[in-house]
Write a protein of this length. Structure first.
Length: 130
């Protein structure tokens, strides 16, 4: 899988591509996602939007990415580390952690049978948690 950085909306954490499907991860206020740290918010046959709570992003994902970068630097580099190398590693490890979230979501919900619109069902899922 190729990973690309995005300079889009500041709420967009990342955009991953799985075949012809664009998977957009956005950060959301923790209370906006009900009781879950992440959930599918919107989808159709070519686009999926996954909300990740800001607390989960900050506390879990950021810690994982920093830990992996530190491990890579200790194992791979003996010379001074340039900013570009650290940035590339951060993008790769962030995408890996988001890919794991996507796999969990796919296991929890059968996304092979998407409807034309999913907004109403996404809202029902969130409200069902309250």
């Amino acid at each position: 899988m190729k990973y690309y950085e995005t300079d889009e909306d500041p709420d967009t954490l990342a955009v991953l591509y799985r075949g012809n499907v664009e998977v957009r991860f956005i950060t959301a206020d923790s209370s906006a996602l009900g009781t879950k740290d992440y959930r599918v918010l919107l989808w159709d046959s070519t686009n999926i939007v996954i909300g990740i709570s800001s607390n989960y992003s900050r506390d879990i994902i950021d810690e994982f990415v920093v830990s992996k970068i530190t491990q890579d630097m200790l194992e791979m580099y003996d010379e001074d580390i340039k900013t570009e190398v650290v940035r590339d590693l951060a993008v790769r490890h962030l995408a890996d952690s988001l890919e794991e979230i996507l796999e969990i979501i796919i296991r929890d919900r059968d996304l092979n049978y998407v409807e034309e619109t999913s907004f109403d069902e996404g809202i029902r899922d969130i409200l069902g948690d309250y």
